[in-house]
Write a protein that binds this ligand. Structure first.
Ligand SMILES: Cc1cc2nc3c(=O)[nH]c(=O)nc-3n(C[C@H](O)[C@H](O)[C@H](O)COP(=O)(O)OP(=O)(O)OC[C@H]3O[C@@H](n4cnc5c(N)ncnc54)[C@H](O)[C@@H]3O)c2cc1C
Length: 452
């Protein structure tokens, strides 16, 4: 790689999925060079390992979007490097000489249920969403050697967000698919999901109970109308809010009729039951919603028995030594474009900032922050049209404003020896991973033939 006649700024992006690829392309389009450090061999993040594999067309489309962004001129991909394991955060941010670092490492830690001692039962009745969906998306691959799960009938799913719908569907598809197969009705997962369990059973004149399947129950501390599966419009009137709430209720009803799971609203887990060293159930307290808050109703505790509890109550960023954190989140400065408080040159994009957000929101947020970093921090002019990329919705979602000009000093361009030294290190990392710079050939090489 020639270092002459190249950009005077080089930015590191940690994580190469939706947000990382978007940031990389946004910066590269402004002539800034970007090094994308990705812990996995493939850069697809939650698209490959979170979005369930029945979203086959959407996943293929998103893979290609990421591919096309990571192959822009000026983007250098480095697979198989995990920040915090293979490379220290402080070292990357302060010693390698990058003009800026963008954290696009998403939210891969499951939010704990928060009951003292419950996490001791992971693998003994307690399952968390992230590894479960990873398994579901990969277990059909011949070479799969990750954790395996046996879904238990009559299990509980804790949640209420969009991802918990997916978890409930995974459970029902696994339970019904297996029971149908045992009667000689072989349906692949895609057909079961697209047609729905109820319709397939009806074709055979069967019910779930004919199959001896009870199905699972989704427990939520709020009501169906509170589920954040459809968002309120900005500045929505009371009437518009009511309409959104009706949509939420309808979405739940539709999902329940198609996939035959049960729903228990207004239940908050407050304790758990054990038997023979395994989880044997949960103790819930009933709740009510007052002014948007969950109120526990005294004297309403109930015990519900089950052999498996799957928690799907949200994802948070994995702690990174050296990255300041308050509670579950990294500390990004108020009034900056997701700038890390104790570093002038580190910013966050996408899911890593709040743990939330869908693909479109993550992409838009990432393009917006990258724009601001280029424009206000590196002083590289941006095309006029992109000034609007950091839209109002995303500013609100991430609680940020769009300018870092007041928060950071303008950076000095890198010198040639600095670039030489930096790219020497980057090439070493690529070599260690066996990556020769041909992104498409690499993806082909590391993708299993039976990958969805
Ligand atoms: C079950 C589920 C269902 C969903 N369904 C939908 C849906 O239907 N529609 C929708 O729009 N959105 C959906 N989403 C949300 C969507 O997938 C995410 O908002 C989006 O993909 C986040 O992109 P990201 O790049 O910010 O994070 P990620 O996709 O998490 O990417 C982070 C990247 O960083 C890498 N990384 C992590 N740590 C390190 C490290 N220390 N060093 C180096 N690399 C690291 C990871 O390997 C990964 O490639 C769903 C999410 C889940 C979990």
């Amino acid at each position: 790689m020639s270092v002459e006649s190249q950009s005077k700024y080089v930015v590191a992006v940690v994580g190469g999925a939706v947000s990382g690829a978007e940031a990389a392309a946004t910066l590269a389009d402004r002539g800034i060079e970007v090094v994308v450090l990705e812990q996995n061999l493939k850069p697809y993040g939650k698209i490959e390992d979170g979005l369930p594999r029945w979203h086959d067309k959407q996943r293929a489309q998103e893979y290609e979007r990421i591919n096309s962004k990571l192959t822009r001129p000026g983007v250098h991909f480095v697979p198989g490097v995990k920040l915090g394991r293979d490379l220290g955060f402080e070292e990357l941010a302060r010693q390698w000489g990058f003009s800026a670092v963008l954290l696009a490492n998403g939210a891969w830690k499951d939010r704990p249920v928060g009951l003292d001692g419950l996490d001791d039962y992971v693998g003994k009745g307690l399952v968390y969403q992230n590894p479960l969906v990873y398994w579901f998306n990969h277990y059909h691959e011949k070479g799969y050697d990750g954790p395996t799960y046996e879904i238990e009938d009559d299990c509980f799913v804790l949640g209420g967000g969009l991802a918990s719908y997916d978890v409930v569907k995974i459970v029902m598809l696994e339970l019904a698919g297996k029971a149908l197969r045992s009667r000689g009705h072989n349906y692949d997962m895609l057909t079961l999901e697209h047609k729905g369990i109820a319709a397939i059973l009806a074709q055979h004149g069967l019910t779930l109970s004919d199959l001896g399947v009870k199905g699972c129950t989704l427990y939520y501390r709020r009501r169906a109308l509170d589920m954040p599966v459809a968002a309120y419009k900005e500045n929505a009137t009371l009437e518009e809010r009511k309409k959104t709430e009706e949509v939420r209720e309808r979405l739940l009803q539709n999902a329940m009729s198609k996939f035959l799971f049960r729903f228990e609203p207004l239940h908050l887990p407050v304790g758990f039951l054990l038997e023979n060293g395994r989880l044997a159930g949960l103790r819930f307290i009933r709740t009510e919603i007052k002014d948007g808050k969950v109120i526990q109703l005294k004297g309403t505790e109930v015990e519900r028995r089950t052999t498996q509890v799957i928690s799907s109550i949200g994802s948070i960023p994995e702690p990174l030594p050296g990255v300041p954190q308050k509670g579950e989140f990294y500390i990004f400065a108020e009034g900056g474009a997701a700038k890390l408080t104790s570093f002038d040159n580190v910013f966050g994009v996408g899911n890593v900032v709040t743990g939330k957000g869908n693909i479109a929101v993550s992409r838009k947020h990432s393009a917006g922050v990258a724009d601001v970093v280029a424009r206000d921090y590196l002083k590289v002019p941006a095309p006029v049209a992109s000034d609007t990329a950091f839209g109002k919705t995303e500013q609100k979602v991430h609680g940020q404003t769009a300018s870092v000009a007041d928060a950071v000093q303008q950076l000095k361009p890198m010198t040639s020896p600095q670039r030489e030294s930096l790219f020497g290190r980057v090439r070493e990392l690529q070599k260690k991973a066996g990556y020769d710079g041909d992104f498409r050939a690499w993806i082909k090489k590391v993708s299993p033939p039976d990958m969805d």
